[in-house]
Design a protein around this ligand. Structure first.
Ligand SMILES: *Cc1c(COP(=O)(O)O)cnc(C)c1O
Length: 363
């Protein structure tokens, strides 16, 4: 971007010149790299997913010339079955980032500001700018928890990540119900990208609240970040708004490979549960080891932890890990610039992190 001159920028739409895009975690190509920076799953997807992709491939001469189902109905049905909701309550998109973009456009372009915490998923301010959504940022408390009473003020919508990112802290369903009840005329979105690693899902509340949208992804707990499939669960009057936005933007967001693969993933509940249990067990082990090394680790219900070390600058620590081939996420932002967000790897990967810290960096 820095190489583009102001003169060349004259071709750009004026509002695009002002954009501050999201910066994804890096995907470097270094040998023997341990990537603990973007909350990907260390395990492969279900073998049934791979079989489903191979089946599409085997038919590709026949089917790739044809558009996929614009409604991805087979996928919606598989999600509905797994989530125990009616298929009319399901919306699917090209990653939950796209689902969230449609949510901002469909519900949040209002007179009043949308409320979200000061520390949360950093795509929300980006979408807000992109769609011209007014925002009011509400600080988490000193323990990095959401203050539920702050969400009892006039607003044009609310979005809460649960468990929150990058703090990893979960909010209970009773707190979420308080927010829903206090805001009967606003849409309340719960972004559950990490819910399968130990938090309670608000999907069960969808029948009870006509203002609730729950958003999830296959990227983390289903090991399918490369596939780009996310979804939302809500009552049909809210799904209709999302469909209207989607069909005004891209009618075929989910390709044939993605539909087949995601269906297979939702049908393999056993693999899904076993894999999530492994990640959770590895997380508990890693937290105990880091606490022993002197880290403060926030209580995690996610596939990552948020940790700081009193006597060591977090940016320096991230850089020293990087020199040794281990990449973690560092945010140079107020309140959290002494923390590292570390994705849970396999036990072997986590042990490499602990050994590097113990034997190499924190001598
Ligand atoms: C990873 C993540 C997403 C995006 O997931 P995709 O489905 O891969 O687009 C959305 N929200 C939060 C909080 C995330 O961490």
């Amino acid at each position: 971007m820095s190489t583009i001159t102001t003169e060349q920028m004259r071709f750009w739409s004026p509002e695009v010149r002002e954009l501050e895009p999201y910066v994804p975690g890096e995907q470097p190509k270094i040998q023997n790299l341990l990537k603990l920076n973007t909350n990907e799953n260390p395990y492969p997807p279900s073998p049934k997913v791979v079989q489903a992709v191979q089946a599409v491939l085997a038919n590709s001469a026949d089917v790739l010339r044809l558009y996929p189902d614009p409604d991805a109905l087979a996928l919606k049905q598989a999600i509905a079955k797994q989530q125990q909701v009616d298929v009319s309550h399901v919306f699917v998109g090209n990653g939950s980032d796209e689902v969230l973009a449609h949510i901002f456009k469909a519900f949040f372009v209002q007179e009043l500001p949308v409320l979200y915490p000061d520390i949360t998923y950093s795509f929300y301010p980006v979408y807000s700018q992109f769609f011209g959504v007014k925002t009011k940022v509400l600080p988490l408390n000193d323990d990095f928890e959401i203050v539920v009473d702050d969400y009892k003020q006039a607003n044009g919508g609310i979005i809460i990540t649960n468990p929150n990112a990058p703090t990893s802290i979960a909010l209970g369903l009773s707190a979420i119900e308080k927010v829903l009840q206090a805001n009967p005329n606003s849409v309340v979105v719960i972004d559950e990208a990490y819910v399968d690693f130990g938090a309670e899902s608000a999907v069960n509340l969808v029948e009870k609240y006509d203002n609730l949208v729950v958003c999830q992804t296959t990227s983390k707990s289903r090991s399918l970040a490369g596939l780009r499939v996310g979804f939302a669960i809500a009552q049909p009057h809210l799904i209709a708004a999302l469909e209207a936005v989607k069909n005004s933007f891209n009618s075929y967001p989910i390709d044939r490979f993605a539909i087949a693969a995601a269906v297979a993933s939702f049908e393999d509940q056993e693999y899904f549960e076993a894999q999530n249990e492994k990640v959770i067990a590895s997380r508990e082990k890693l937290v105990a080891q880091l606490v022993e090394l002197g880290f403060k680790v926030l209580p995690s219900s996610a596939n990552f932890i948020f940790a700081s070390l009193a006597d060591k600058d977090a940016a320096e620590l991230a850089a020293e890990l990087r020199e040794r081939g281990i990449i973690v996420r560092y945010f140079n932002k107020p309140r959290i610039n002494q923390f590292l967000r570390i994705t849970i790897g396999t036990d072997e990967q986590n042990q490499r992190l602990v050994n590097t810290l113990k034997n190499d960096i924190l001598l």
